[in-house]
Design a binder for this molecule. Structure first.
Ligand SMILES: [Zn+2]
Length: 301
């Protein structure tokens, strides 16, 4: 039995996999801003999953961020209460076993490349657009990690081909301004709407309003699509992936899959030709479950 845990900014999800069959799944709210309670919540999920399945399992955890290759402490997490914490050591102590930890977007990309929306593709760029914006790269079924543990972290590059009203851009928890994440995350869309209209509307409400013909909400969603198109065009120019898979809450916006590939066309390098961009933009096949599945599979490698 393999247990995968996806430690998200709002939810912690756990799954017990028996082969590729899902034996049990549980989810709890993330205790925000409280590291010790977060540790206990993860340990509690593992215990509950083992109780349900009656088997002791390996444990893999996907986190928003990564472990520093130098210190083993958490870095690059937008769930900032995890930063600088010895998460792996603490979990291993609590759970009395070895625990494998990887970046959540890398777990997501592995899951989708293995038996999801990117199956059979040579190069998969897996993007999670939710509370934050993260991405992972899988080449020929192997995740690309890199010596700094940050391969795929394009969310903290500046928004490419930025317009005047996008510079310097909103402040990011990483210390910079105008990171792609500040525009493409769920809160990024709501913040953008508030900046332009002075009204605070949640992102799901904005998407719903745009659907019913609210032109102000539609404009916000449309700006979001143009920004995603520019951000992904830069990825295509750099990596030329076969497939870009979207996961996270924002991946449920159906119109993205039609509009974004239209909007990225002029930004993809193709001087002197009218070649249609062959990279496909698709929705994650395993939905929210991709992160946990990939985390469980940290123990297959
Ligand atoms: Zn940033």
């Amino acid at each position: 039995m393999r247990i995968g845990i996806d430690l998200g900014g709002t939810k912690i999800e756990g799954v017990a996999l028996d082969g590729s069959r899902e034996a049990a799944r549980l989810r709890v709210d993330t205790p925000r801003d409280d590291y010790d309670t977060t540790l206990r919540a993860i340990a509690g999920l593992v215990r509950d999953l083992e109780q349900r399945t009656g088997a002791r399992a390996t444990v893999g955890v996907g986190i928003p961020g990564t472990l520093s290759p130098d210190t083993g402490l958490v870095k690059n997490a937008n769930s900032t209460w995890l930063l600088g914490k010895p998460l792996r050591d603490d979990l291993q102590h609590l759970l009395e076993r070895e625990v494998r930890i990887a970046n959540d977007a890398n777990c997501f990309a592995v899951s989708e490349a293995t038996d999801g929306a990117g199956v059979g593709a040579g190069v998969v760029f897996g993007v999670i657009v939710g509370t934050g914006t993260g991405a992972g790269i899988v080449v020929n079924s192997r995740v690309l990690s890199g010596p700094n543990g940050i391969a795929g972290e394009w969310g903290h590059n500046p928004l490419p081909w930025a317009l005047d009203d996008e510079r310097p851009g909103p402040p990011c928890y990483c210390g910079k301004h105008g990171c792609i994440e500040t525009f493409l995350s769920g809160p990024g869309m709501a913040n953008e709407h508030q900046r332009r209209t002075g009204r605070l509307v949640t992102t799901p409400a904005l998407v719903a309003r745009a659907k019913t013909g609210d032109t102000v909400a539609d404009d916000t969603v449309s700006r979001y699509e143009h920004r995603m198109a520019r951000a992904l065009a830069a990825v295509i120019n750099m990596l030329d992936p076969d497939v870009i898979v979207l996961g996270g809450g924002m991946s449920n916006i159906d119109r993205l899959y039609e509009h974004v590939p239209k909007f990225w066309q002029p930004y993809v390098f193709s001087a002197g030709a009218d070649d249609v961009v062959r990279t496909r933009l698709v929705k994650a096949a395993h939905g929210d479950a991709s992160g946990v599945r990939g985390a469980a599979w940290l123990w297959t490698a």
